[in-house]
Design a protein around this ligand. Structure first.
Ligand SMILES: Nc1ncnc2c1ncn2[C@@H]1O[C@H](COP(=O)(O)OP(=O)(O)O)[C@@H](O)[C@H]1O
Ligand SMILES: Nc1ncnc2c1ncn2[C@H]1C[C@H](O)[C@@H](COP(=O)(O)OP(=O)(O)O)O1
Ligand SMILES: [Mg+2]
Length: 194
């Protein structure tokens, strides 16, 4: 099992809150049949279960902070193990959010072959999240939490991009464009994989 997971095709999808990670991942799933694992979705499922752990997580997410590394990494690993026999590849969306998360992922799971850096301007991300907040029901899609998430993104997550750039696996995607045009660039990056 451990070997199988190590040999899996792993794509990290990194970008600020509201940059369009989830939107692009859905389209990749439709075209390439990859398995989409969003750390935020996994965490929200735990919250929705009503468990004690979920309550603790909800409080952290509502403040726009990062949940403990082990919690999110264990969730991703379990979800990958459940799919490794049938998956053509994994889209890991919203992880790593700090360099340490990337290092631990590689120790416990394996190395990514590609990092899709979904890039949009701060003001664009805020606008999209405020709009999403009208219908998402997400406790973190409000002005105050959005600001904190954005600050944390620039501080903790942007260094992740520099970290993987030196390995030559980062493809920067302009996410200011319309969704289908963004996807054209995403598809090109994926088609470039051997
Ligand atoms: N290229 C785009 N142009 C305009 N709106 C977009 C684009 N990509 C995503 N959105 C919208 O922005 C919001 C955030 O997108 P989402 O995929 O949920 O981002 P993330 O997962 O990175 O937080 C959604 O409401 C989505 O419909
Ligand atoms: N890799 C990770 N490490 C720690 N906390 C995480 C995490 N991924 C998600 N979370 C927590 C903190 C985030 O503010 C919250 C929502 O994450 P998300 O759904 O990925 O947001 P978005 O798609 O808007 O970028 O969940
Ligand atoms: Mg998302």
């Amino acid at each position: 099992m451990a070997d199988k997971i190590k040999d899996a095709k792993i794509i990290f999808v990194v970008g600020g809150p509201g940059s369009g990670k989830g939107t692009q991942c859905e389209k990749v799933v439709a075209k390439y049949g990859y398995t989409h694992l969003s750390s935020g979705d996994l965490l929200r499922a735990e919250v929705a279960s009503g468990s004690e752990r979920g309550k603790t997580l909800q409080a952290i997410m509502q403040k726009g902070e990062l949940v403990p590394l082990d919690t999110v990494l264990d969730m991703i690993k379990d979800a990958m193990i459940a799919k490794v026999d049938v998956s053509k590849g994994f889209l890991i969306d919203g992880y790593p959010r700090e360099v340490k998360q990337g290092e631990e992922f590689e120790k416990k799971i394996g190395a990514p072959c590609l990092l899709l850096y979904i890039d949009a301007k701060g003001e664009t991300m805020v606008k999209r999240l405020m709009k999403r907040g009208e219908t998402s029901g997400r406790a973190d899609d409000n002005e105050e939490t959005i600001k904190k998430r954005l600050d944390l993104y620039y501080k903790a997550t942007e260094p992740v991009i520099a970290f993987y750039s030196s390995r030559g696996i980062v493809r920067k995607i302009d996410s200011e464009l319309p969704v289908d045009e963004v996807f054209g660039h995403v598809a090109k990056a994926i088609d470039g994989l051997k």
